[in-house]
Ligand binder design. Sequence first.
Ligand code: ADP
Ligand code: MG
Length: 220
Amino acid sequence: MLIECRKIVKRFHTGDVETAVLKGVDLQIEEGEFVAVMGSSGSGKSTLLYLLGCMDRPTSGDYLLRGKSVLTLDDDALSHLRNSTFGFIFQAFYLIPYLSVTDNVLVPTLYAGRSAGREEALALLQRLQLGDRARYMPEQLSGGEKQRVAIARALINDPAVILADEPTGQLDSQNAEIVMQILVQLNEEGKTVILVTHDETMAAYAKRIIRIRDGQILPA
Ligand code: ADP
Ligand code: MG
């Protein structure tokens, strides 16, 4: 089992108001799956994805990655696990504006033990039809190109798992289709893909759909 959530609760505090955003999530995902997590805005999808990606810790419950609880790890060990296991793709791309396309792709290597070089970054860019954009700055790219740069960045540490949070939310339908085809292909190559979306069209690319409502997973 790649991922196992056991009764995960996540509460946020704002001032003295406490909100439970995830209310006892049980979830299992096998290596090699392509899963879409669907739910309306505010249902807790991003919160869940950040927990799965070890960007945050649950308030209670347990999270096992390949059978081992990650909650006993200290912050350094958790960061290392995150950087070696997961590649992230976000709706808003989050490219660093003052770095070239190639340097953006290399950002995750700064935090990983393993150091991919410029040739690897270029090979990924070529694979994503961006070989001629390697020296561009992000502002010189279209939305579709930006997201493909972000995908190259997500792949640079060769992660087992791709986590994508509404990756087509800012794209036109043609570029959305291109991004989804890339995710399909990565999954066919063996990567586990977890896609968060509120869009049925995008979820249809996944092999399994998990529905979340008001912080709880709905029965399949
Ligand atoms: P979704 O991605 O499904 O739209 P989120 O997981 O982003 O939903 O958020 C779910 C709920 O949790 C929302 O009501 C949101 O306001 C709240 N929330 C998310 N992150 C925080 C935070 N850091 N502090 C307080 N509330 C938060
Ligand atoms: Mg969200």
